[in-house]
Design a protein around this ligand. Structure first.
Ligand code: CMC
Length: 431
C-alpha cells in the first residue's frame, strides 16, 4: 500500500489538516480520515457507505464501471469455467490456488466436518413446519456456537480455522435439513464420497428408502452458482459479519448475523423476488406495464434483479449465469416460459432511457432463479443457496479481519438531528 497526503480545509475556522492518502493495488485511492475528528472536531457523513472504504482487504476486487470481479486476482469467468467451489473456497480463505496435495488435505478436512451434532437436530423441531428456511438457517447456524465450544477462541488461529472449516462443511447439511423439515421428510446424513454440490443435492432430494442418482449437469450448474456467489467484497452481509466479528463475537454468531442480512430483498432475497416477479408478469405482453411501474417515482416497485450499488455496467456474474441458464435448460430439456419473459424484460429495460441513464443492468439474481427452478430447487430455498455459496466469503473476511493487528471494534458515529438538551417535565405538566 503506497502513501501520499492531501490537505483538507474544514469548518469556519479554515483549519487545514494533512491527511494520508493510500493507493491499493487496484481501485480508487482512499483518504485516511481517522485523525480528522481529533484534529478538527468534524466527522464525515456517508450513510450507506457510498464513498467509504470500511476496511483494507486482499480478498476480492470489483471494478463496477468495467464490470470486473476478481477473487484473489483471478477473473470470475475463469474460475466459473475451470475451477470448483471447494477450490475457490481454498483460494478465498488462503489467498492462493491449492497444489494437488493442499487440495486433497483441504477436501478431507471439509469432508470430515459435514455432519452436525445430533443434539442440533432437535432445534429443527422447535420451528413451525412452514417457517421460511432462511429463518431456520439464522437460528440453527447461530446455535452452532452452543455445540462447538472447542473452537470458539477467536484469538487461537487453529480454532479459527476449524470453525471456518466447520461452517463451510456443515452449511449444506443445515440448509438441506431446513428444507427436509419443511416437507416433513427424514433428514439424510451427508455422504462423504460425494462432492460438495452433489452431497447437498442428495441431502435435499434423496430419501432413505431409495438410492439417489446425482445428475452431473445439475451438480455442475449448482457448483458454478456457489462459485459466483462465493464473495463480493464489502456487501451488506459481509460488512455485517465484519462488524459483528469486530466485537469479538464468535464466528457462528457472526455468520448467523450475515445470513439474516442476506435475507433482505435488496440483497440476497432478490433471487426469490425475481422469480415471484417473473411469475406475476406471466407473459411477454405484460412487460410494458411492469417497466412503467418500475419507472414511476411514486410507486415503490422496483425491477427485481436489476441495479447494483457497485456495478454501473453488466454484472459479470449475471453474464455467466445468463449463458449457464441457456445451457442448463437445454441440457435438462426444460422449456420454461419464465426464461422468455426474463429475456424480453431484460431487452426492453436495457433500451429504456430510465434504465440507461441510471446505469441499471441485470445483476446476479436476475437469471439465477431460473436455473435453480430448473434444477428443482424450491423458490424459498433460493436465498439459502446464496447463503451456502457466500459462507466462504463471510468466513474469509472474518479471518482476515481478526488477523489484522489494528482491528478495533466497528463503531460508526452519527449526525445528530434530534432534540437539544431539555429538562424533564413531570407528566402532570405535559400537554
Ligand atoms: N428498478 C427500478 N429503479 C431502480 C432499480 C430497480 N431495480 N434500482 C435502482 N433504481 C433507481 C432508483 O429508484 C433510483 O432512481 P432515482 O435516481 O430516480 O431516485 C436510482 O435507480 C438509483 O437507485 P438507488 O436505490 O440509489 O441505488 P442503490 O445503489 O442504493 O441500490 C440496489 C442498489 C441493488 C439496492 C437497487 O438497485 C435495487 O433495489 N435493486 C433491486 C433489488 C435487487 O435486485 N437486489 C440484488 C442486488 S445484487 C445481489 C446482492 O448484492 O445481494
Amino acid at each position: 500500500m503506497s502513501e501520499d497526503t492531501c490537505n483538507l480545509r474544514v469548518g469556519d475556522s479554515g483549519k487545514e489538516v494533512k491527511l494520508p492518502v493510500y493507493s491499493g493495488t487496484l481501485g480508487p485511492k482512499v483518504v485516511d480520515i481517522r485523525k480528522l475528528y481529533g484534529q478538527t472536531g468534524t466527522f464525515t457523513f456517508d450513510p450507506g457507505f457510498l464513498a467509504t472504504a470500511s476496511c483494507e482487504s486482499k480478498i476480492t476486487f470489483i471494478d463496477g464501471e468495467k464490470g470486473v470481479l476478481l477473487y484473489r486476482g483471478y477473473p470470475i469467468d475463469q474460475l466459473a469455467q475451470h475451477s470448483s467451489h471447494l477450490e475457490v473456497c481454498y483460494l478465498l480463505m488462503y489467498g492462493e490456488l491449492p497444489t494437488a496435495g493442499q487440495f486433497a488435505e483441504f477436501r478431507s478436512n471439509i469432508t470430515r466436518h459435514t455432519m452436525v451434532h445430533e443434539g442440533l437436530k432437535n432445534f429443527y423441531n422447535g420451528f413451525r413446519r412452514d417457517a421460511h428456511p432462511m429463518a431456520t438457517m439464522v437460528g440453527v447456524v447461530g446455535a452452532l456456537s452452543a455445540f462447538y465450544h472447542d473452537s470458539l477462541d477467536i484469538h487461537n488461529p487453529e480454532h479459527r480455522e476449524i470453525s471456518a472449516h466447520r461452517l463451510i462443511a456443515k452449511m449444506p447439511t443445515i440448509a438441506a435439513w431446513s428444507y427436509k423439515y419443511s416437507l416433513g421428510q427424514p433428514f439424510l446424513y451427508p455422504d462423504n464420497k460425494l462432492g460438495y454440490a452433489e452431497n447437498f443435492l442428495r441431502m435435499m432430494f434423496g430419501v432413505p428408502a431409495e438410492d439417489y442418482e446425482v445428475n452431473p449437469v445439475v451438480a455442475r450448474a449448482l457448483d458454478r452458482i456457489f462459485i459466483l456467489h462465493a464473495d463480493h467484497e464489502q456487501n451488506a452481509s459481509t460488512s455485517t459479519v465484519r462488524l459483528a466479528g469486530s466485537s469479538g463475537a464468535n464466528p457462528f454468531a457472526c455468520i448467523s448475523a450475515g445470513i439474516g442480512t442476506l435475507w433482505g430483498p435488496a440483497h440476497g432475497g432478490a433471487n426469490e423476488a425475481v422469480l415471484k416477479m417473473l411469475g406475476e408478469i406471466g407473459s411477454v405482453k405484460n412487460i410494458e406495464a411492469c417497466i412503467r411501474r418500475s419507472e414511476d417515482p411514486k410507486d415503490p416497485f422496483r425491477l427485481m434483479g436489476f441495479g447494483h450499488r457497485v456495478y454501473k455496467s453488466y454484472d459479470p456474474r449475471a453474464k455467466i449465469i445468463r449463458e449457464s441458464c441457456h445451457e442448463v435448460l437445454a441440457e435438462l430439456g426444460v422449456n420454461d416460459p419464465l426464461l422468455d419473459v426474463a429475456m424480453a424484460l431484460e431487452e426492453k429495460a436495457l433500451n429504456e432511457d430510465y434504465f440507461i441513464s441510471r446505469q441499471l443492468y441485470p445483476n446476479v439474481d436476475f437469471y439465477s432463479g431460473i436455473i435453480l427452478k430448473a434444477i428443482g430447487i424450491p423458490t424459498n430455498m433460493f436465498t439459502v443457496i446464496f447463503a451456502l455459496g457466500r459462507t466462504v466469503g463471510w468466513v474469509s473476511h472474518w479471518m482476515e479481519m481478526i488477523k489484522e493487528p489494528d482491528t478495533v471494534i466497528g463503531r460508526p458515529r452519527q449526525l445528530y438531528t434530534g432534540a437539544t438538551n431539555r429538562d424533564y417535565k413531570p407528566i402532570a405538566k405535559r400537554r
